[in-house]
Design a protein around this ligand. Structure first.
Ligand code: NAP
Length: 295
C-alpha cells in the first residue's frame, strides 16, 4: 500500500536494482521517515505510475531503463540540465502535485570523480561510449568545465552524432544564458589503440560509459597497448563486477580508480536531497559508508 512517504524506482527489468537497498539504508541513517520499493513498470504502465505520484500516493520516483526518455513528455516541468541531456532519472512531486524531472546521473558522476581525485574543471577527458550513460557523462563534463572532451565509440558515427548534439545543446544553453561551463573542445574517435594514443596521453580523466565489462570480468573497453599512468583518474560506470578489468589495469599502471558504485551513491544522494531537502552533514564520509554498505 502506497503512503505519502513512499518512493519507488521504476524500470523494466528492475529486480537487479541496488537502489532499494541503498535508499533504505540512507533513509534509516538520516532518520528520514520514508519507504522505497522497486516497481517493474513497462511502457504501458508509465502513465499510470506518474498519475499515482501526481495524486500523492508516491512522493517521487527514480527512473531507470528503459524509461529515462519516455518519461519526459509525461512531466509538468523538466530541470534545464535534464532537458539538455534529454533524459530524466528522478521525478519529484512538488507542492500542489507538479511533477518535475531531474537528471542526477550527471552530477553524481562529477561528485564521484571529484571524490576520487579527478576534478573536471579544466580537465581533458577521454569518454568511452556514446549511449545514454555517455550522454549524461558528456554533459557532466561540459557543465563542470572540462576543456577537452574526446568521445570514443565502437561505432564512431554514433560518437559524431552525440558530439553534434552536445555542440548544439551547449550553443542553445549559452544563447539562453542558462548555467553552462566554459567552452570545450569536442572531438570523436573510434575505439582503437591507434586513434586513442594521443587523447589518452593528454587526458587526466578517463570514463568508461560503455557496457563493456558488465558481467564480463575479463573484458576491457580500452584497447590493449594503451598506457594508463599516475596522471589518470579512471572511472568505470560498470559496477558488476566492482573491480572491472579496466579498473584493475588502471590500478596496476598507477592510475587512480573510481568504481561505478560511487556514481550510483552520489546520484542517489542528489535524489534524496531533491525529494526531502535532507543532506548529510559530511557528504563525502556518508557516501563512503553508503558505498561500504553496498559492497
Ligand atoms: N554507475 C552508474 O550509476 C551508472 C549509471 C548509468 C549507466 N551505467 C552503466 O553504463 C553502461 C552503459 O549504459 P547505457 O545506458 O549508455 O547503454 P547503451 O545506451 O546501450 O550504450 C552502450 C554503449 O556501450 C558500447 N558497447 C556495447 N558493447 C560493446 C562492445 N562489445 N565493444 C565496444 N563497445 C560496446 C556501445 O557502443 P556502440 O554504439 O558501438 O554499440 C555504446 O556506446 C551500462 O553498463 C550501465 O549499467 C552506470
Amino acid at each position: 500500500v502506497a503512503s505519502p512517504n513512499a518512493y519507488a524506482v521504476i524500470g523494466d527489468p528492475v529486480a537487479h536494482s541496488l537502489s532499494p537497498r541503498l535508499f533504505a539504508w540512507m533513509f534509516r541513517e538520516l532518520e528520514v521517515d520514508a519507504r522505497y520499493e522497486a516497481r517493474r513498470v513497462g511502457a504501458e504502465g508509465l502513465k499510470d505510475v506518474l498519475q499515482a505520484v501526481k495524486r500523492g500516493e508516491l512522493r517521487g520516483l527514480s527512473v531507470t531503463l528503459p524509461h529515462k526518455e519516455a518519461v519526459i513528455p509525461l512531466l509538468d516541468a523538466v530541470d534545464p540540465l535534464a532537458a539538455r541531456i534529454g533524459a530524466v532519472n528522478c521525478v519529484a512531486r512538488e507542492e500542489g502535485g507538479t511533477l518535475r524531472g531531474y537528471n542526477t546521473d550527471a552530477e553524481g558522476l562529477a561528485f564521484a570523480l571529484e571524490d576520487g581525485g579527478g576534478l573536471l574543471l579544466g580537465a581533458e577527458v577521454l569518454l568511452l561510449g556514446a549511449g545514454g550513460a555517455a550522454r549524461a557523462a558528456a554533459f557532466a563534463c561540459l557543465s563542470n568545465g572540462a576543456s577537452v572532451l574526446t568521445l570514443a565509440n565502437r561505432s564512431e558515427a554514433r560518437a559524431v552524432k552525440l558530439a553534434r548534439e552536445l555542440v548544439e545543446a551547449e550553443r542553445l544553453a549559452i544563447d539562453g544564458a542558462a548555467t553552462v561551463g566554459q567552452k570545450a573542445f569536442i572531438s570523436t574517435a573510434p575505439l582503437t589503440a591507434e586513434a586513442l594514443g594521443r587523447p589518452l596521453a593528454q587526458s587526466t580523466i578517463v570514463i568508461n560509459a560503455t557496457s563493456v565489462g558488465l558481467d564480463a570480468p575479463s573484458e576491457d573497453p580500452l584497447p590493449a597497448g594503451l598506457a594508463l599512468g599516475p596522471r589518470h583518474t579512471v572511472l568505470d560506470m560498470v559496477y558488476r563486477p566492482l573491480r572491472t578489468a579496466l579498473l584493475q589495469r588502471a590500478e596496476a599502471q598507477g592510475a587512480r580508480t573510481v568504481d561505478g558504485l560511487w556514481m550510483l551513491v552520489h546520484q542517489a544522494l542528489e535524489q534524496l536531497r531533491l525529494w526531502t531537502g535532507v543532506r548529510p552533514s559530511n557528504e563525502r564520509a556518508f557516501a563512503s559508508r553508503a558505498h561500504q554498505h553496498l559492497t
